[in-house]
Design a protein around this ligand. Structure first.
Ligand code: F6R
Length: 613
């Protein structure tokens, strides 16, 4: 979703800012803009489309010296909400005087009434955005102190924001603030970088400060002064990012998605490392912060998330019930707080989010906290809002996930959920020996996934036969049902093929009407309980002329013979098998999208981190 970069430092702010935006491209956006202070005047370049278009525009319109002499500026990638992705709607936006510029992530919910009031005072607006209203409001509040003006304006705002503000009247500083939309400040050597995402900071420094909601900071090249919106100083720790800048590069792969699929043996090994206890037959997940007694007394596990993270939760639901004998359910995060969920102190709510910034999941976390549940998170991005607000949980350690389509985060989410279920199971039902056996199954996951990745070329060949269809169905049952949902999501989001995931038994209750000769049905028919019934459902599809791609267990000749094409998954525990099975579908979706010439890492209309409801 939208990205912010601010830079104040030594020189060449324009280049720094544009490079910073490039590192945020993965988030998904549809226009971009940059503002720098040059000769104490704000100059702006904007362009619809990609950062490359913005760079070209700035180089064409601005004199070359501007690139070498500017030392301060702000920049933005916009994912359209209020008004289409046009040049005029792109950020930065100026106030009425043209001397204050603003970039903004989030949504100003009361922008209409604010705009009407400002129009009444003679303000003129050019764009359809809520952000331009905030820029004017700040300008209107500015009586000679930019920091105070931003505070005063933000007090009048309803909604969410991460902002960076630049003023020609007060050169040498950027004001930045957040409520519901992340801001991280990188502390460099004589330079400071403001960003909505650490990816824009990595190349400059590892030392960062995360703002909390309602923090506002005055940032200069060598200082960061953080206060609350009532001008009371607050202290925020400097954290180490601990991320390798190279991890955010493509490393020789054609796309980040392919690189991230290939990284899974390593990311899974990182997620597992040090967390299995073969002596106790359990897992060590200190971040959960729970005593064995608390775990034994849990009445229910509620898993919440959106999209791919929701699908990981669905696998977790099977794992908790099967391994830990605890009632488990999955709830869609966007719905959670609006349906007045029934929760209590014996309920464990697990918020699952790669980014740790998804607005719906964050709102659900707050609701669960209100209701007195035991809340923890399962996030990938260290220091993200959900991780910090829950205060307890388990990090995935999957490394930066740049491709919009989530791959390695999903498999790490599942493996961590399996380890959580093992821990609960050991406290409630598992003997030591059973615990050790399941821990050994988990330990094998990176190697199993490595074997799937070695089938890449074969899966690419199979994809040729399915890339020219416009519809596809994915079916599975038991823990393979969420795998079917995830396979369909991967295919639709990157290849734009209309794909639907169904429980294998559900097809005949309606969707089977859509099957005609050649319609692809991707059947997750691994050798787990219920397989025979899935094979029966496949026969129903074949009888209607569907073309079947099966995901089957190695050596399962009976299943392979039901398929037109098949990909094999190593034989392992049914819950563990969800991971290699999904890797097969990730590779399948990737190759279909590649053959169709789609823009894989940044699919149209999508954003990596969805910070609006
Ligand atoms: C799909 C995808 C999305 C995310 C969803 C939640 O490939 O990436 O469906 O899973 O937007 O995002 P997080 O996990 O960051 O909360």
């Amino acid at each position: 979703m939208c990205g912010i970069v601010g830079y104040i430092g030594k020189a060449d702010a324009a280049t720094m800012l544009i490079n910073g935006l490039r590192r945020l491209e993965y988030r998904g956006y549809d226009s971009a803009g940059v503002a720098v202070l040059d000769d104490d005047r704000i100059v702006i370049a904007k362009a619809p489309g990609k950062v490359a278009a913005l760079s070209e525009r700035a180089r064409a319109e601005w004199p070359a010296e501007r690139f070498s002499r500017t030392t301060i500026g702000i920049a933005h990638t916009r994912w359209a909400t209020h008004g289409p992705p046009t040049e005029v709607n792109a950020h930065p936006h100026l106030d009425q005087s043209g001397e204050v510029a603003l970039v903004h992530n989030g949504i100003i919910e009361n922008y209409r009434s604010l705009r009407a009031r400002l129009v009444g005072k003679g303000h003129h607006f050019y764009s359809e955005t809520d952000t331009e209203v905030l820029a004017h409001l700040i300008g209107d509040c500015d009586k000679g102190n930019l920091f105070q003006a931003v505070c005063d304006a933000l007090h009048q705002v309803e909604g969410t924001f991460g902002i960076a503000v630049l003023s020609a009247r007060e050169p040498g500083k950027i004001i930045t603030a957040r409520r519901g939309s992340p801001i991280v400040i990188g502390i460099g050597d004589g330079e400071t970088i403001i960003a909505s995402d650490a990816a824009a900071i990595l190349a400059h420094t590892q030392r960062v400060i995360y703002l909390d909601d309602n923090d506002i900071a005055i940032v200069t090249a060598d200082s960061v002064d953080i206060r609350d919106l009532h001008n009371i100083p607050v202290t925020r720790e400097i954290a180490e990012l601990g991320l390798d800048a190279a991890a955010a590069e493509k490393g020789g792969f054609e796309h980040f998605m392919l690189k991230e699929i290939h990284e899974q043996p390593d990311s899974l090994a990182n997620a597992i490392r040090g967390r299995l206890d073969f002596n106790l037959g359990s897992s060590v997940l200190a971040g959960m912060g729970t005593s064995p007694r608390e775990l034994a007394e849990l009445g229910r596990v509620v898993l919440i998330g959106c999209g791919t993270s929701l699908h990981a939760g669905l696998v977790g639901e099977y794992a908790f019930e099967d391994l830990a004998d605890v009632h488990a359910e999955v709830q869609q995060a966007a719905e959670f707080r609006y349906r007045n969920p029934i929760l209590g102190s014996r309920d464990l709510v697990v918020a699952i989010s790669q980014s740790g910034e998804t607005a719906d999941t964050l709102a659900a976390v707050r609701e669960a906290n209100q209701k007195g549940a035991f809340v923890m998170s399962l996030c990938n991005v260290v220091g993200s809002t959900i991780a910090r607000e829950t205060g307890r949980g388990v990090y995935l350690h999957a490394g930066p996930e740049i491709s919009v389509a989530s791959t390695k985060a999903f498999t790490c989410q599942v493996v961590v959920l399996l380890m959580m279920a093992l821990k609960l199971g050991r406290g409630r039902r598992f003997s030591r020996e059973e615990g050790i056996r399941f821990a050994r199954e988990i330990e094998m996951v990176p190697a199993l996934v490595g074997r799937m990745i070695r089938q890449n070329a074969r899966i690419a060949d199979i994809a040729e036969g399915y890339a020219h269809n416009e519809h596809a169905f994915f079916i599975g049952r038991g823990p393979m049902y969420p795998v079917a949902l995830e396979g369909a999501l991967k295919l639709k989001e990157i290849s734009y093929i209309h794909a639907e995931g169904y429980h294998a038994a559900e097809l005949k209750h309606g969707p089977i009407a859509l099957l005609v000769k050649g319609t692809p049905v991707i059947a997750i028919a691994c050798d787990i309980p219920g397989k025979d019934k899935t094979l029966g459902n496949i026969e129903e599809c074949r009888a209607r002329g569907a073309r079947i791609l099966g995901i089957v267990t190695e050596g399962d000749q009976e299943a392979a013979e039901c398929m037109d094409d098949f990909i094999t998954v190593p034989r392992c525990h049914p819950l563990v098998a969800t991971i290699p099975a999904v890797v097969a579908l990730q590779l399948f979706a990737y190759h279909v999208a590649r053959i169709r010439g789609c823009e894989i890492d940044q699919p149209r209309n999508l954003a990596k981190s969805v910070t609006v409801e």
